[in-house]
Ligand binder design. Structure first.
Ligand code: PLP
Length: 453
């Protein structure tokens, strides 16, 4: 029997990334409030938010300073746009702060309201750039199988997940996918991480050559793949890939929507993994998820090309009503101030060894094949047979069941394709809370094993 709220939900709400049929009988988990790393449902039951919402609430819940920053900006200038040269101080100040933080040479910052819009902007800027340079054929963009970059027509095309393509008439032509850098699943027997990285770089090069380098404009990658399985790349991966990109004048877009702002114990994931992109997409933790904000860094060559187009066409014909929304920018400024003042990024680096040690221990569990992560992100894979790495039938929904058991134990984690379970708690989590999280996850795995047998 669904509660009143649940019934109203089922009757009125369409839920993203939800089995709409199953939802009619299971109903929603309705959350009411949050405090620190905990969220509470309508019956008052607490859960450790082991996913930071959707990889975003880095400062946890009920941060009064963020609420006050939003309130103050709402009272002062609740809306202001950046069209036609209009501006406001929160956007200017945030652009300055971000320009200083970016680990890549950055000339300007362009704001969006989401990660999808940020990556969509990257696609358009890539095309615009090559038109400005008189290279109208250089337009194809390479993503990766299992990569996740959003849901707009272009970013779902960049994404390499079946659910984002099947029956959506995607990907669009001109969007290609290279191999997923998941050593545990895709390395050949005995292949070292470095050898696997070299092989993948070779496959990327073969793809570029097959397509004709004169037609390939950009490559996009998350430092750690999030929605595709919380997958850490193998040793030497970005080094090998970058050498190929440089050879064929292919721009590198780092999608830092999850990894940006401390997740890996560095300000940006690129820094932790030796990636040297031309441009970065960010969103999520830039406001700790409290209000929607995303954006992209624009390097000087790209900006020069945009300037030339403005001289030719009379305007930069791109932007949304909420690009640089003042409330979002004010909250982002406060979020970054707190990250700095509370030394949040250093805190992640300090807590990561404990988090990763607890995660690795789960690899000893009977039904876990791999448990691996970096910083405060981790992914584990449930397997039917540890030795052969054989998986359960996708229809069995084993990881989904594990996540449901975790919920019963008072822990929110997320299941992903390939029977993977992701963990990505708020960056403010304490060591005792990390222990509680993994104790609960271990119990959920026990219950999953008992359910299977
Ligand atoms: N890029 C990455 C790496 C993401 O994880 C996500 C969302 O999870 C997106 C892009 C899309 O962001 P949004 O959902 O804000 O559009």
């Amino acid at each position: 029997m669904l509660s009143n709220l649940a019934t109203r939900d089922v009757e009125t709400l369409l839920h993203p990334y939800t089995n709409l049929d199953a939802h009619r009988s299971t109903g929603p988990l309705v959350l009411e409030r949050g405090e620190g790393v905990f969220v509470y449902d309508t019956a008052g039951k607490p859960y450790i938010e082991g996913m930071s919402g959707l990889w975003c609430t880095a400062l946890g819940y009920s941060n009064d300073e963020l609420a006050e920053a939003a309130r103050a900006q709402m009272g002062r200038l609740p809306f202001g746009h950046l069209f036609s040269g209009r501006s406001h101080d929160p956007a200017i100040e945030l652009a300055e702060v971000l320009k200083g933080l970016m680990p890549v040479p950055t000339s300007k910052v362009f704001f969006t309201s989401s990660g999808s819009e940020a990556n969509d902007t990257q696609v358009k800027l890539t095309w615009y750039y090559n038109n400005a340079l008189g290279r109208p054929r250089k337009k194809k963009i390479i993503g990766r199988q299992r990569g996740y970059h959003g849901v707009t027509v272009a970013t779902a095309s960049l994404t390499g997940l079946p659910a984002n393509h099947a029956d959506w008439d995607l990907p669009l032509p001109g969007f290609l996918h290279t191999a997923c850098p998941h050593h545990y699943r895709f390395a050949q027997s005995g292949e070292s991480e470095r050898a696997f990285s070299e092989r993948l770089a070779g496959e990327l090069e073969a793809l570029i050559l097959r397509e004709d380098p004169e037609t390939v404009a950009a490559f996009i990658a998350e430092p750690v793949m999030g929605a595709g399985g919380a997958i850490v790349p193998p040793e030497g991966y970005f080094e090998a890939v970058q050498a190929v990109l440089a050879n064929y004048d292919v721009r590198f877009i780092a999608d830092e929507v999850i990894c940006g702002f401390g997740r890996l114990g560095t300000w940006f994931g690129s820094e932790a993994l030796g990636a040297r992109p031309d441009t970065i997409s960010f969103a999520k933790a830039v406001t700790s998820g409290y209000v929607p904000l995303g954006g992209v860094s624009v390097d000087e060559p790209l900006y020069e090309a945009m300037l030339a187009e403005s001289r030719k066409l009379g305007t930069f014909g791109h932007g949304t009503t909420y690009s640089g929304h003042p409330v979002a920018c004010a909250v982002a400024l406060k979020t970054i101030e707190i990250y700095r003042r509370e030394r949040i990024v250093e805190g992640v680096a300090a807590k990561a060894p404990h988090f990763q040690a607890r995660l690795s221990r789960l690899a000893e569990h009977d039904i876990v094949g791999e448990a691996r992560g970096i910083g405060l992100i981790g992914g584990l894979e449930i397997v039917a047979d540890k030795a052969s790495r054989a998986q359960y039938e996708p229809k069995a929904g084993v990881a989904a069941r594990c996540v449901a058991f975790a919920q019963g134990e008072g822990l929110i984690v997320r299941f992903l394709a390939g029977d993977r379970v992701a963990v990505c708690p708020p960056l403010i989590i304490t060591e005792a809370e990390i222990d509680a999280l993994f104790d609960r996850l271990a119990r959920a795995l026990d219950r999953t094993r008992d359910w299977i047998r």
